[in-house]
Design a protein around this ligand. Structure first.
Ligand code: SAM
Length: 215
């Protein structure tokens, strides 16, 4: 994936932008272009010291009610920020860390190969998430808005999962996001999913959508 994206698309909100400005300026000398093909640079943002603050990480983890034996597919896993947190919790389960960007996949393979036996890194395609059949929870954080052909992606996602699979989407709330929550909900519903929980109060800058297949 060669998409060059704008800082403001990575984390486009006043609080997170403020918190990451310093890191971005250090990484890029203040330029606005950034690409997902540069994990070594992006780790400073994605795994930065303020992440849990602007992300509301603890709240998200508690909302997921993760079980020890869960099998979680972290789609658009990036540098593996959430994958690591999941891996620590699913001690009898598994984490599939999935990304369409080959450099992110290589980075995560290195990151997790010696630290977590329960993480498997998977190279996906932009419109095909390649979800393994035993997945119980599909987690998509800060990624949905970057998927170009979302209808095709969702159609593949639906056919690769089952009525018992849960789906979680975390993205920027309000009109600052490229795909605001009402648009995301409508796209998922049109693709055959139904919303179980829509939470836009728990995290400082992100909404949480929890969904399943339509009955
Ligand atoms: C902003 S990063 C978020 C990373 C991680 N989820 C996090 O919250 O720290 C977005 C990630 O999604 C990946 N991505 C973008 N479009 C994708 C797609 N269609 N399928 C899978 N991954 C995708 C990018 O390569 C990048 O690693």
């Amino acid at each position: 994936m060669n998409d060059v994206i704008d800082d403001r698309q990575v984390l486009s909100s006043p609080l997170s932008t403020m918190l990451i400005d310093q890191a971005l300026n250090r990484i890029k000398g203040g330029s606005m272009g950034i690409s997902f093909s540069e994990p070594e640079k992006l780790k400073e943002i994605f795994d930065g010291p303020n992440r849990s603050q602007w992300q509301g990480t603890e709240y998200i983890l508690s909302s997921l009610a993760i079980r020890k034996d869960d099998i979680i597919a972290d789609v658009g896993a990036g540098t593996g920020y959430f994958s690591r947190l999941f891996a620590e919790r699913v001690t009898q389960g598994k984490v599939y860390s999935i990304d369409a960007e080959p450099n992110m996949v290589s980075y995560m393979k290195q990151r997790f190969s010696t630290s977590f036996e329960n993480v498997q890194v998977i190279q996906s395609e932009p419109d095909n998430p390649h979800i393994p059949a035993d997945t119980k929870l599909v987690f998509i954080a800060n990624t949905y808005r970057f998927i170009e052909d979302r209808m095709r992606f969702l159609s593949n996602l639906k056919s690769q999962t089952s009525p018992t699979t849960r789906f979680v989407v975390i993205d920027i709330k309000g009109n600052r996001g490229q795909v605001p929550s009402d648009k995301a909900i409508s796209e998922w519903e049109n693709a055959g999913f139904m919303v179980e929980i829509f939470d836009e109060d728990g995290c400082p800058e992100h909404f949480i959508l929890i969904m399943s297949h339509q009955q």
